[in-house]
Design a protein around this ligand. Sequence first.
Ligand SMILES: [Zn+2]
Length: 280
Amino acid sequence: MIDTHAHLNFNAYKEDAEEVIRRSLNMGVWMINIGTQYDTSKKALEIAQKYPKGVYASVGLHPLHLNAGLVKMKLDKEEIAFNSREESFDYEKYKELAKAEKVVAIGEAGLDYYWRPKTKRKLELFKEKQKEELSKQLRLAKELNLPVVFHCRMAHRDLIEFLSNSPGIKPGRAVAHGFVGGLEELQRYLNFGFYIGYNGIIFKNIEGINFKENIENTPLDKILIETDCPYLTPSPMEGRNEPIYVKYVAEKIAEIKKISYEEISRVTTENAQKLFKLYQ
Ligand SMILES: [Zn+2]
């Protein structure tokens, strides 16, 4: 299996990343560690380069890292070693990283309107800023012919509209990671040809979200599984999440899709290999 969205590059694994990765590879679980800013992107690549196969990296700038002083938000100390906040995407710096063989995608990049400024003017600026930084990352993905890992929270309508209006930079290959949205939004992403990533959040009750229905309506050949570790630990596990727990997500999807665990493991692995070109 392949955990298509992990963060072993985060501080949460500062003491034991190698142990967690070993455990995972021994169980046959590969992983892609996802960058959220320059430091964590670089770290994801450094980790990937230690392993001949099974560990890959994605580099990008998460929308939460570009608040541009417009909104107050909580920093996650599990994520970064120091409170470095990038305000914009440095194209050339990221390009240098992204050219490495172990980098298999650009992201996570996207829109996140969870923490939002209160005044209308600031809110507009905030949204504009996020779209501007996303555009740069989509251009880089195009230039290097890499797929995009989208992060989108409380902003699906805007992201879909943005992508529809920007055919020049809309990626041909992408995943809507950790999808939390409605059926109509799901359908729009599928129409774009995107994969849909599911993680431990499907075990939660979120008002207005029907994960079962979403999964039923996602074709098997478009499903990716992920952990988003250290976050979103799937039931019945507790505490810090890690790549091997992706099996609980796979089990849940198998149950919803009424197919075997072996089948879902096989298909989602093939999907990830195809999207990220992970053949070695
Ligand atoms: Zn993530």
